[in-house]
Design a protein around this ligand. Structure first.
Ligand SMILES: Cc1cc2nc3c(=O)[nH]c(=O)nc-3n(C[C@H](O)[C@H](O)[C@H](O)COP(=O)(O)OP(=O)(O)OC[C@H]3O[C@@H](n4cnc5c(N)ncnc54)[C@H](O)[C@@H]3O)c2cc1C
Length: 453
């Protein structure tokens, strides 16, 4: 197949490289697109959009390929594969980054950290900046610098008509509002411009762990600590069976643990004082907190979430953890069905909560936490449904405490959950924006916002 004006590879079933190109992070997703168009830049994206449009082909957009529901792939249609578009340019004078739409977080961090700069990014370095930014972006630095979108300055966008435009506060501000939380619904972002912030390159960061038997006390301590913690503290919890990774001593592998993962985004000596109460709390069985490169801390979770394993998840946004919510979380942690599954709990607050909720399409800035029930199993596991059922049950058990959901942590929920994620008023604004920029719902392999009337 030939796409006029396209410079990258065009892969069809049977072509060399096609099989590798149709694999994404979640090995549970197996789709066979008719064409994978490996875009090399904005010109290719424009050409491929026009090509697909003229032929009325279904189109999926692949950034980092991490959406758990597999939105980066469609069956039969055309995949707009941005994985070759990974250029990053830092402007150290202005403290900004310009990153192509297919970058992973490790590409951005690598370049930015050469200048001691960073922007809030995901906690796994092989996640794409595309999907993560467009959904909002939570991570270790968010309490200090806000969500990823709070540092977004502008986007280069290819629209559903194959036209190019820039979205920023000054140009197409309505679209810029929607791109900051509305996902991939409005166009293909071929490059993102971020405001960067001084971070590290050496930070005080790492993991603390206690036996699961102490989880209630640890989570209550997290509640008290997070309520008073300075913005520089990034802190999340994780409940699971200790994985066979170097951060845990071998005798703990497979043991149920509760961990706190911290990152202090300020001076090391200040961080030592601020984090001391955590490190002195009930004698942790692991204290791997220390001075380390920010990029090393960013990669801490990488080996726990490898490509090709099978995944399924469900999540909630939560208010501060009540004692009864903590009990439910621990009950669900004890019921985990696979040694690879986990319950990460992000802590929001700080700079995230100081931006007005209607300033961007992202919703739920006042939430204290985001909890994710991540089911994971090996490809040859005979009981995938058992692991998925655990995530669904745990999610149901948390329902009385959940007050919304982060769009990037949705999985296979029906479209009604997308509306729940935004709330009625914001969803109405998003549907009318969708009508303006994509009235035929050309971009629909995503957590879809259908065009309004
Ligand atoms: C291991 C792991 C860790 C994660 N950690 C975090 C975290 O710390 N913080 C957080 O906020 N989220 C996190 N997430 C969730 C993550 O934000 C979403 O999965 C996100 O969709 C991933 O983006 P992607 O580009 O890698 O995925 P893809 O599957 O490629 O894309 C996801 C969606 O975004 C669209 N899209 C991607 N790139 C573009 C683009 N350039 N222009 C237009 N549309 C685009 C796609 O069409 C698709 O609909 C994590 C996910 C995984 C799997």
């Amino acid at each position: 197949m030939k796409i006029d004006g396209f410079s990258g590879a065009v892969l069809e079933p049977g072509d060399d490289g096609y099989e590798a190109a149709r694999h994404i992070w979640n090995g549970d997703i197996k789709r066979r697109p008719a064409v994978i168009a490996r875009c090399m830049g904005t010109a290719d994206v424009m050409a491929a959009v026009r090509f697909a449009r003229e032929r009325e082909m279904a189109v999926a957009v692949r950034g980092g390929g991490h959406a758990v529901a597999g939105h980066a792939l469609c069956e039969d249609g055309l995949v707009m594969d941005l994985s070759q578009m990974i250029g990053v340019r830092i402007d150290p004078i202005m403290g900004t980054a310009r990153a192509q739409g297919g970058c992973l977080w490790r590409h951005v961090d690598h370049e930015a950290q050469a200048f001691g700069l960073a922007v809030t990014g995901g906690i796994v370095t092989h996640t794409g900046i595309g999907g993560l930014t467009l959904g909002g972006g939570i991570g270790h630095l968010m309490r200090c610098f806000g969500l990823t979108i709070d540092s977004l300055l502008s986007c280069d966008v290819v629209t559903a008509d194959g036209e190019f435009l820039v979205a920023s506060e000054a140009e197409h501000p309505d679209l810029f509002w929607g791109l900051r939380g509305g996902g991939g619904n409005f166009g293909i972002v071929t490059s993102f411009q971020y405001q960067l912030h001084s971070v590290g390159p050496i930070v005080l960061a790492g993991l603390l762990a206690w036996p699961m038997a102490e989880a209630a006390e640890v989570l209550r301590m997290l509640r008290e600590f997070a309520a008073e913690a300075p913005d520089e503290v990034g802190i999340m919890a994780n409940l699971r069976l200790a994985p066979a990774l170097p951060v845990f001593p071998e005798e703990l592998w497979g043991q149920p643990v509760v961990a706190l993962i911290v990152c202090y985004a300020g001076p090391i000596n200040e961080g030592e004082e601020v984090l001391r109460p955590l490190r002195e709390f009930k004698n942790p069985i692991v204290d791997a907190v220390g001075s380390k490169p920010y990029v090393a801390h960013q990669a801490l979770f990488d080996p726990a979430y490898p490509h090709g394993r099978h995944y399924y998840w469900k999540s909630w946004k939560l208010p501060p953890l009540s004692d009864s919510a903590i009990e439910v979380i621990i009950e669900q942690a004890k019921a985990i069905s696979s040694p690879l599954s986990a319950i990460p709990i992000f802590t929001l607050g700080g700079a995230v909560a100081r931006v007005a909720d209607d300033a961007t399409a992202f919703s739920g800035r006042s939430s204290a936490h985001d909890i994710n029930f991540v089911a994971s199993w090996l490809p040859d596991d005979p009981e995938p449904e058992r692991h998925k059922a655990w995530a669904r049950r745990a999610w149901e058990a948390m329902r009385p405490y959940g007050h919304g959901v982060y769009i990037n942590f949705l999985s296979d929920e029906p479209s009604s959950q997308v509306e729940v994620a935004y709330g009625e008023a914001k969803y109405a604004r998003l549907t009318s924006l969708k009508s303006k920029y994509d009235e035929t719902n050309f971009f629909r392999f995503n957590h879809n916002i259908a065009p309004g009337t």
